[in-house]
Design a protein around this ligand. Structure first.
Ligand code: SF4
Ligand code: SF4
Ligand code: SF4
Length: 370
C-alpha cells in the first residue's frame, strides 16, 4: 500500500496547493513546471518555466495537456553542467521523466536535488492545435473523456497509443487517468519516503491505497488497441527501404524532428559534420541520371533511428515538430520497441540500469536475423 493524500478540490487546484506547500515549507526552493505566459491571450500560451515565488504558483498550469517541448531536453539544459543548485520540484509527464532518465545515463543531466512529480497521463494535444484556440475550446471534452476513463479524441495520435502512462521514477504521482472525478478530487500518491516527508503539513486526508489497477489496465488495453491501429495505418511492419523512401519522400530535411527529440542529445550531430557533406562527382551524376535534392533524406532518418531507438520513449515530439506531417512517432516507437525487446530494456524505467549499447557481452546477439 502507498500513502495517498486526498485533497477535496479539483486536481489542478490540488496540485497548485501542493506546489505552494512545497515552496512555503522550504522543502524546495524552486519549481519547474508548465506556466501560463504573461502574454497569454487565449489561455493556452504555456511554457515550461522555473520559478521560486509562491505567487507565481497561481499562473502555473501543471496538468495543461500540451507539450510544446519535451521537458527532458530542458532539464538537461539546466542540469548537465551540475546538479540543480537548490532543491527543485519538477512536474512533468511520464515520457518526459523517462527521457530525462535516459539523458542522465548519458551524463547529459543530473537528477540530484530534483524532486520528481508526475501523473497518470491523459495525453497531450498536438502543439499545432494550440494555435488559434483549438486546445482551449476542446479542454472540456478532454477532461470529460479522462473522467469517464476514455481516450480524449483530439490528443496526439501517439498518446492515444501510449501504454506507458504511469510514471516509473516519480516521488509523487498525481492520479489523473483512473481518478473518479479529477474535477472534484485530487489524489496524490506518495511513492517515496521523501514524498511522505515533503507532504507533511499539506491539507488533505491521508489514506493507504494502490493505483486503481482495474481502471489503469482498462486504459492500457484501450491504448494498446489504438497503438495497433496506428501502426497499421502507418503501414509499419511491411516497410522495407522502398516503403521508408516513400514515407520520407515528403521530408524537407529541416531537422526539426532532431531538435525536438529529447533523446537526440549530441552537442554536434554527426549529420551536420563534414563527414556527411555530400560529395558530388561527375560519375555519380551520370550513373544515377539525377537525384533528389536535398540528398540523403532517408540516410538522415536511418542515422537517427540507429542512434535513438534504444532510448526512444515514444513521446511524439518529433512528429509534433514536423511541418509536413510525416508519421515519425509510430515509426520510431515501433522500431524502438523491437530494439528494446532484444535487450529486455525499458528506457527510463530504472536510473541504475545501464543503457544496453554501453555494455557488451561476448555471448550476446550471436544470431543475425534477415
Ligand atoms: S506519450 Fe504517453 S506519457 Fe507522454 S504525453 Fe503522451 S500519453 Fe502522456
Ligand atoms: S524519436 Fe520521437 S518519439 Fe522517440 S523519443 Fe525522440 S521525439 Fe520522442
Ligand atoms: S521534421 Fe519532418 S520535414 Fe523536418 S527533417 Fe524531420 S521528418 Fe523531415
Amino acid at each position: 500500500m502507498t500513502k495517498v493524500i486526498n485533497i477535496n478540490k479539483s486536481t489542478e487546484e490540488g496540485v497548485q496547493d501542493l506546489l505552494k506547500h512545497l515552496l512555503e515549507s522550504g522543502k524546495v526552493k524552486a519549481i519547474f513546471t508548465l506556466k501560463a505566459l504573461p502574454e497569454n491571450k487565449n489561455g493556452e500560451a504555456v511554457s515550461y518555466s522555473l520559478f521560486t515565488s509562491v505567487d507565481a504558483v497561481a499562473q502555473s498550469a501543471p496538468l495543461f495537456p500540451l507539450m510544446s517541448r519535451n521537458a527532458a531536453g530542458l532539464l538537461s539544459l539546466l542540469t548537465q553542467k551540475s546538479e540543480a543548485p537548490v532543491p527543485t520540484a519538477v512536474l512533468a509527464r511520464p515520457c518526459e521523466l523517462r527521457a530525462f532518465v535516459e539523458l542522465v545515463k548519458r551524463i547529459k543531466g543530473n537528477m540530484d536535488n530534483l524532486f520528481l512529480i508526475s501523473s497518470t497521463c491523459g495525453g497531450v494535444y498536438p502543439t499545432k492545435m494550440a494555435v488559434g484556440g483549438g486546445v482551449k475550446n476542446d479542454l472540456p471534452n478532454y477532461w470529460s473523456a479522462v473522467n469517464s476513463g476514455e481516450i480524449p479524441a483530439n490528443i496526439r495520435p501517439i498518446c492515444k497509443g501510449c501504454e506507458e502512462f504511469v510514471p516509473f521514477t516519480a516521488d509523487m504521482t498525481i492520479l489523473v487517468v483512473g481518478s473518479n472525478d479529477a474535477s472534484k478530487e485530487c489524489s496524490i500518491f506518495l511513492n517515496t519516503p521523501k514524498a511522505e516527508e515533503f507532504a507533511q503539513g499539506l491539507d488533505g486526508n491521508v489514506t493507504d491505497q494502490e493505483l486503481p489497477a482495474d481502471k489503469i489496465q482498462q486504459m492500457r488495453e484501450a491504448r494498446g488497441a489504438e497503438k495497433k491501429k496506428l501502426y497499421e495505418e502507418a503501414g509499419i511492419g511491411s516497410l522495407g527501404l522502398k516503403g521508408l523512401t516513400e514515407i520520407f519522400s515528403k521530408c524537407i530535411n529541416c531537422r526539426g524532428c532532431r531538435t525536438a527529440c529529447p533523446i537526440c542529445y549530441c552537442d554536434l550531430c554527426t549529420i551536420d559534420s563534414q563527414n556527411f557533406a555530400y560529395q558530388l562527382t561527375e560519375s555519380e551524376i551520370t550513373q544515377k541520371g539525377g537525384m533528389r535534392v536535398p540528398t540523403g533524406t532517408v540516410y538522415y532518418h536511418m542515422t537517427r533511428l540507429a542512434h535513438v531507438t534504444i532510448s526512444c520513449v515514444g513521446c511524439g515530439s518529433c512528429e509534433d515538430a514536423c511541418p509536413v506531417d510525416i508519421p515519425l512517432a509510430p515509426i520510431f516507437k515501433k522500431v524502438g520497441e523491437s530494439v528494446q525487446a532484444i535487450f529486455d530494456y525499458v528506457p527510463g524505467k530504472d536510473p541504475d540500469e545501464e543503457i544496453p549499447l554501453k555494455t557488451f557481452e561476448l555471448d550476446e546477439l550471436t544470431e543475425v536475423e534477415d
